[in-house]
Write a protein that binds this ligand. Sequence first.
Ligand SMILES: [Zn+2]
Ligand SMILES: [Zn+2]
Length: 320
Amino acid sequence: MAVSCQSVEETIAGILARRPVLGPVLNAFGPLLEARASLPETLKPLLESAGLRLPDMRGERASQGVPLLADESLKGIDAPLRAAAEVMLPLLAEQEAVKPYAAKLRGFFLGSGEPDGPAMPPLDALAESVLREDAPVLEKTAVGIGVPPEVLLFAFGFMLGPVLRALAAMRPGGDGKDAPWNAEGAWRQGYCPVCGSNPSIAYLERPVFEEKNAYLAGGGGKKHLHCSLCGTDWVFRRGACPSCGKEGNDVMEMLRESKNAQGERLDWCTKCKTYCPSVDLRERDTTPNLDALALGLLHLDMVAAKKGLHPINPSFWNTF
Ligand SMILES: [Zn+2]
Ligand SMILES: [Zn+2]
């Protein structure tokens, strides 16, 4: 992780000091974000023993906009997914939207605990269907368990997310600026080059200093998008809409507080009316945890909703 310097806790504390009104939401979702951030480290050995690794990027497929995992078999991902479920399900059960279905979800992901209970279903197929946006498979599974599809998707995202984060982090060089998708022109999409999910937030980077000479190697301001599911960061064109891809001087507008914004804003598209939260790191001293900050911009989500704009990454906390 090139940019996540503050922890989830530190970022949330910083937001609460400025916006105490967001306390209930941040306190409800904070523990989920903390667990998701710390899980990947413990999942790596499970991924290794399952022989799972991120495939190499293939230039032609990437230029066609096909994410790395779109046509990959995820065989072997069941064990790490269940390990993630053990940690995440109790936290998910605290969420208002999930609470009524907590027992059903637990039964599905972790079994009844009885030796003669129903066999646990393979989770690799469910993971593959989520990454391929194969809605019928997800819906059929949801109906089978007896939970609404959006609840299953929300809960499963918090299991699949940490597993994919571990997978992405095991790649030599991680997802830093040397990652293959950040090579000039390698990946031009507004969705994630690894898993295909939409970004939860964008950031503009600080000026880059070359450590050895302390020369300014770049003026900063390069735009990156941050994946809502697997946490990958990738470079994106500044004047372009990550949702519809349109580009030009009159495409993107900005929505921000007039005072003490600390670089926080929403970038919204005048063509498709979709917005993505964003932070200009040149306007603040600390680098926040991006997932926590996305949640901390909820006050702007509400303004956007009143303007008739739609979030690029809809979730329980930004749809009203
Ligand atoms: Zn991703
Ligand atoms: Zn657009």
